[in-house]
Design a protein around this ligand. Structure first.
Ligand code: FES
Length: 221
């Protein structure tokens, strides 16, 4: 681990190795109520416009209204029954991202955790519009939903915490770009789904503007 980082809290001492089938079931259940769970922790609620449940299950793109999303707020949409986090970052948060590259497993997003040729892609900000992070909110370790802890030095995570996501299941940590930190059991950054901006306040997640990448599947666990 890089000097200056905090030690990851391990799983509870009485925790047994998670059973994958059970974990899948829990993840599905958690995703269904993801807006509530994440919202209670650290985010504000923002309405999203989404297709019908049937269309969603078939993989239809989801339309996300970000017009009411304020800096430091996050909303949770659903795409293919997976939670999609949309986080609005501040200028200061974006500026500090390169400074923690040395604490990360894949600081330049070299792993295949986003579609190729995302127009405007920045591998450190992991976004196509800098202030908005759009990621699949599923931990790449065993599939729990990481929680947003945007505050630098969050008391739960220690003075050197730069702000980011913390997975409560086994302690994986991600920065505010969804880049996984050294020492985390998760191997990969949070996936960035195919998406584009229909206008300044509307994101379409699930395809690119030219209707490609509709079959893209995230690497989660
Ligand atoms: S599921 Fe194990 S750290 Fe997230």
């Amino acid at each position: 681990m890089t000097e200056g980082t905090t030690t990851l809290p391990g799983p509870p001492s009485d925790a047994s190795e998670p059973d994958l089938a059970r974990r899948r079931m829990l993840t599905a259940a958690t995703a269904a109520v993801g807006v509530v769970g994440v919202g209670l922790a650290a985010t504000a609620f923002v309405e999203t416009m989404e297709p019908s449940e049937t269309a969603r299950a078939l993989g239809a793109p989801v339309i996300i209204d970000i017009s009411k999303l304020k800096p430091k707020e996050m909303l949770v949409a659903s795409w293919r029954r997976r939670p999609i986090y949309v986080l609005r970052r501040t200028e200061a948060e974006l500026k500090q991202l390169p400074s923690i590259n040395g604490q990360l497993k894949d600081p330049l997003s070299k792993a295949d955790q986003q579609p190729a040729n995302l127009p405007g892609w920045n591998p450190i900000q992991r976004s196509i519009v800098p202030e908005y992070l759009v990621v699949v909110g599923i931990c790449t370790h065993l599939g729990c939903m990481p929680k947003l802890h945007a505050q630098v030095g969050d008391p739960l995570l220690g003075a050197s915490w730069p702000g980011g996501y913390y997975c409560p299941c086994h302690g994986s940590r991600y920065d505010l770009s969804g880049r996984v930190m050294d020492g985390s059991p998760a191997p990969l950054n949070l996936p960035v789904p195919p998406h584009y901006y229909r206008d300044a306040t509307t994101i379409v997640a699930g395809e690119l503007a030219n209707r490609t990448e509709q079959n893209w599947e995230p690497n989660t666990w």
